[in-house]
Design a protein around this ligand. Sequence first.
Ligand code: PLZ
Length: 447
Amino acid sequence: MTMAPAGIEQRRKLTTEIPGPRSKELHDRRIHAVSAGLTVGLPVYIDRAEGAILVDVDGNQLIDLGAGIAVTSVGHAVPEVTDAIARQAARFTHTCFMVTPYEGYVEVCEALNRLTPGDHDKRSALFNSGAEAVENAVKIARLATGRQAIVVVDHAYHGRTNLTMALTAKNMPYKDRFGPFAPEVYRVATSYPFHDELSGAEAARRAIAEIETSVGAHNVAAVLIEPIQGEGGFIVPAKGFLPALSAWCTASGAQFIADEIQTGFCRTGAWFACDDEGVVPDMVTTAKGIAAGMPLAGVTGRTEVMNAVHEGGLGGTYGGNPVAAAAALAAIEVMRRDDLAARASWIGTVARRRLDALAVESPFIGEVRGRGAMIAVEFVEPGTKAPNAAAVKAVIAACAAEGVVVISCGTLGNVVRLLPNLAIAETLLDDGLAVIESAVRALDQTL
Ligand code: PLZ
């Protein structure tokens, strides 16, 4: 069985203003049906998508430079993935792996054990969402070490469930008035070279001193960190920071947990961001890009840690759902076959060349950074390093009006991030970058 390809031309095309009349109608229905607690990003309602093009209900074709927050890394409606989903959906959609298991779950775990950093013996467990994976990594680390303290860093984002809210740094909108939060979570300074101007070794010394003073090494079950911080602002730590923290964990008997939920699966030019400095985490959490949009997440760790858990200690009704597992296996095969890690690096080179030139020209750009196809532009008040969230809003709105979907991040809302799918056509990437350039050049007039 092969699904007919949607055949959407990989080209930006606007037929109405953005949002168009049908989108406006749907938005009105949404307001009367959906909780106001959910963010309204760009209120353009999507009808179908292919590659890097979103087609809205008014027939506009938008360039997707967000990939649903680093999820559809192989592209939208990739036939290998949609076929795998359709085939598996026709065979069976659910049994519950804990009741009667199936091969797809085992095969995804095999792939995670093989692809995550390090060639030691590993085991994995599958869940539904990134937050659920992080929760389980913490459960396992606590059980395996017999310790309770979890160390996280400034600007961290790990999810919105109760435990992961505690792990996440930013109050608004994630935590405000949703407490009380889980105990035994300790936050230390991160490495943010643009602002702290510290080397990786210096930033690690500062973080480790804070841990040893305020927590005590022997109390630490795990240090949990995103190897490149995502929601917090695409913060790339200075070289040496992650290796030093990882070495400290090994020496202290704590688990070093890399949250690769946003950075994983080829996004940064390697299978995982930790590969860049040869860091081998004790545990890795994955989600997002693993399954091309189907909900799936994983925890992978050393066998002795993952197997320290008593039988029945881990689970959930849907975790490792067979349809999501089939999508993951197909997506992983596309990444391998098409070497999407190399393509991510190429995207980074192309985008950085143009954005670096733009930064020279625009006083609103403080820094362009990132790795591979995880690219960020931090906006500042001209002549300072003070955050400029208004510039970010203006750039994103100008891009949206021209049919280019880009999203923001940063604890202070001061970063534009690009997360295109890794197979995006060169013409679309160029067109998208040209729209961003015009939006930034227009800031002088709008701000
Ligand atoms: N860890 C590193 O990036 C999800 C959040 C969107 P879930 N990031 C997008 C929003 O505003 O809710 C994320 C992440 C890292 C964990 C998570 C959580 O993953 O699948 O959203 O639960």
